[in-house]
Design a protein around this ligand. Structure first.
Ligand SMILES: C[S@@+](CC[C@H](N)C(=O)[O-])C[C@H]1O[C@@H](n2cnc3c(N)ncnc32)[C@H](O)[C@@H]1O
Ligand code: SF4
Length: 368
């Protein structure tokens, strides 16, 4: 397991570096938001094509930062019913995936990645089977949103793709950029961060971005069993994360989500549901905790023979929670056939097929 405890201050974001350059050139303060608006509106990330900016500014940007605004480029896309999975690559060949889901109401939700792989080793997750290749930079996290916004509106964002967002120190400057009114201008209430329980990061998140929605992955109410599913339990027990959330909901009155993965014959018994309900009902504000039940998705590279429970078993689990007055719903999931649902992303690190060529810029679109 690889654990990083925010050892160094993260490097400047591209946005801060450009602001500094523009100021040193004596450009007016509005130039940066003009640049960002032009990138979002035109669908290009090539500085040379941003004709809204004076030529001298474009030349200085290219000289300082190279030809393009984005570090990640999309190299493959798969579309299925209500879902689109995009594979991105950076210049060093690191790959990640994002998933855009379209609800029937027209609402769009983007599930983005924060790490190439993940070092926390949860036994049910394809991203965990990859291991941690590296953290994404704040710019790479934001580039995923930028790319999708260039294609159409993105109504909400979930940090639920590849990686543990709160173990990556660059998640915090990325949230600053995404919510900054001059850059992405997203409401923090439309952003959700999911964590498996990286307690120092969780504390930092609720302190620095209290309006961002939080989901804590629980998956077992029993500590010994939880640590066989989520090794991080041994380092940061669930109880310590729930204590942080208790304080957070008391201060903000914001609803908080507890994700519960259901694996057939492992953690889906009535005894598990009853113990989970007791855990929720023992909070000071139980009505502010909402349980999202996620039936297991087949995940490449996962060694134990886990299986998805039957629909009847899932319904029974939900019934037990609700009859104990716990608010609980099944998470709507999309893209299982494309390996695009929760826990299935691995950006071709676990495929036998060779990785795509780094310079392939066209997007093959395949039906799923
Ligand atoms: C891939 S994780 C990324 C966010 C964060 N690292 C976390 O674990 O909460 C997003 C969600 O997918 C769930 N998940 C992981 N593997 C899964 C699987 N095989 N089937 C269903 N959900 C899974 C996680 O438990 C978590 O709730
Ligand atoms: S479930 Fe989350 S924390 Fe666990 S291995 Fe997968 S991405 Fe990492």
């Amino acid at each position: 397991m690889c654990i990083q405890l925010f050892p160094n201050p993260p490097p400047r974001t591209r946005y801060a570096a450009i602001a500094e350059l523009l100021s040193s050139l004596g450009e007016p303060a509005y130039r940066l938001s003009q640049l960002v608006r032009a990138v979002h509106r035109t669908g290009t990330t090539e500085y040379a094509q941003l004709s809204a900016l004076p030529r001298r500014v474009r030349s200085s940007l290219i000289e300082a930062f190279g030809p393009t605004f984005a570090d990640l480029r999309p190299i493959a896309r798969q579309s299925g019913d209500q879902v689109e999975k995009t594979l991105f690559e950076n210049d060093n060949g690191a790959r990640i995936e994002t998933v855009l889901a379209r609800y029937r109401t027209g609402w769009t939700s983007l599930c983005l990645s924060t790490q190439v792989g993940c070092g926390l080793g949860c036994t049910f997750c394809a991203t965990g089977a990859v291991g941690l290749v590296r953290n994404l930079s704040a710019d790479e996290i934001c580039d995923q949103v930028l790319y999708h916004q260039q294609q159409g509106p993105v109504d909400s964002i979930a940090f639920m793709g590849m990686g543990e967002a709160l173990a990556n120190p660059h998640t915090f400057p990325a949230l600053d950029v995404l919510t900054h009114p001059d850059y992405f201008g997203l409401s923090p209430r439309r952003i959700t961060v999911s964590t498996v329980g990286f307690a120092p990061g969780l504390q930092r998140l609720v302190d620095s971005h209290p309006q961002v929605n939080v989901t804590l992955s629980v998956h077992s109410p029993f500590p010994a069993e939880r640590s066989t599913l989520i090794p991080l339990e041994g380092r940061f027990p669930l109880a310590s994360c729930l204590a942080i959330l208790d304080q957070h909901v008391a201060e903000t009155r914001r609803k908080t989500y507890l994700a519960y993965l259901l694996i057939d014959g492992v953690n889906d018994s009535p005894a598990h549901a009853t113990a989970l309900a007791s855990l929720v009902n023992s909070r000071d504000q139980p009505r502010l905790f909402h349980v999202s039940v996620i039936p297991y998705n087949d995940a490449v590279g996962v060694t134990p023979a886990y299986r998805r429970p039957s629909a009847a078993r899932v319904a029974e689990f939900l019934r037990t929670l609700r009859s104990a007055n716990v608010r609980a719903t099944q998470r709507q999931q999309f893209g299982g056939a494309l390996d695009a649902a929760c826990g299935q992303l691995h950006a071709q690190y676990l495929s036998s097929a060779p990785a795509p060529a780094a310079d392939r810029r066209r997007l093959p679109i395949t039906a799923g």
